[in-house]
Design a protein around this ligand. Structure first.
Ligand code: DAK
Length: 258
């Protein structure tokens, strides 16, 4: 597929995906979401890719779904076409880790896309918001659910009902983002984190990711039991022997994914 709305770069075992519709502050239209889905399908199928980073520009991660694309749609159209549902949740089905590196605006669907990633590293100029209420609608890609789980009811209500944006510091304090770095260091920090992940045992990484995500859907006692079983299962891989032997022998581990 020839990409028109994304720039994809390969850095060793990490794929860096840049959302690239600068004229619309990276508003997420159908084409962009189709391209993102295709790129994620490819990276999932490629065993040499171990981690993905999704980013935008310095000015905007993404200012939401493309309002101009959806403005004139009727109820019959959005319902019948299952409007932008088909290609919106691919990120949540990735088994490989996906890091969001957010600078500038992450609004509406942009904030929702970032929240679908495994964690968010924010630049100090990042602004997060769910301003759909200003448009006479509500968040449509999980914002009411994920923001509430990450930031708590009070802040989610405040953001979603008043449409106010939160800055990077507030987003870090409420647990929406894992860390805030100066804008100039955003990509290098995200790529460093991704490279660190990419060098680890891919099986441990995938299982750890699966378990953290399961924490949102599972009662605590069941989650802990599943964690125990999957912890035991990692002893079936060579990587467990290698990781522990490397520690004892005071050398870097060489994980093979076996
Ligand atoms: N859609 C289309 N174009 C957008 C856009 C958007 N969301 N955001 C910005 N742009 C365009 C502007 O129209 C402008 O284009 P021109 O007029 O120059 O042609 C260009 O980007 C630059 O924007 P501004 O001139 O407005 O720039 P400012 O610095 O003055 O303001 C801003 C930046 C981000 C504060 C402002 O652009 C803004 O408020 N943008 C809209 C933010 C917003 O309301 N976002 C929520 C959109 S609704 C679903 C999945 C997802 C969704 C729904 C359902 N399903 C799976 C069912 C998501 C819905 C949404 O995200």
């Amino acid at each position: 597929m020839t990409l028109q709305t994304l720039i994809v770069e390969r850095h060793d075992a990490v794929t860096l995906v840049r959302l690239n519709r600068p004229e619309a502050l990276n508003a997420l239209n159908g084409q962009l979401m189709d391209e993102l889905t295709a790129v994620l399908d490819e990276t999932e199928a490629d065993p040499t890719v171990r981690c993905v980073v999704i980013t935008g520009s310095d000015r905007a991660f993404a200012a939401g779904a493309d309002i101009k694309e959806m403005a004139s749609k009727s109820y019959a159209e959005v319902f019948t076409e299952d409007f932008i549902t088909r290609n919106w949740e691919r990120v949540t089905r990735c088994r490989k880790p996906v890091v969001a590196a957010v600078a500038g605006y992450a609004l509406g669907g942009g904030c929702e896309l970032a929240m679908m990633c495994d964690f968010i590293i924010a630049a100090d100029n990042a602004k997060f918001g769910q301003p759909e209420i200003n448009l006479g609608v509500i968040p449509g890609a999980g914002g009411t659910q994920r923001l509430t789980r990450f930031a708590g009811k009070s802040k989610a209500m405040d953001m979603i009902l008043t449409a106010r944006m939160m800055d990077a510091g507030e987003a870090e304090r409420c647990g929406l983002v894992s860390r805030v770095v100066p804008l100039a260091e955003l990509i290098s920090t995200a790529m460093e984190a991704a490279a660190k992940i990419a060098a680890l045992s891919p099986n441990s990484v995938m299982i750890a990711k699966e378990l953290v995500n399961a924490a949102y859907e599972t009662p605590l006692s069941q989650g802990v039991k599943t964690e125990r079983r999957l912890f035991h299962s990692l002893f079936a891989f060579d990587d467990q022997k290698e990781g522990m032997a490397a520690f004892v022998e005071k050398r870097p581990a060489k994980f093979t994914g076996k």
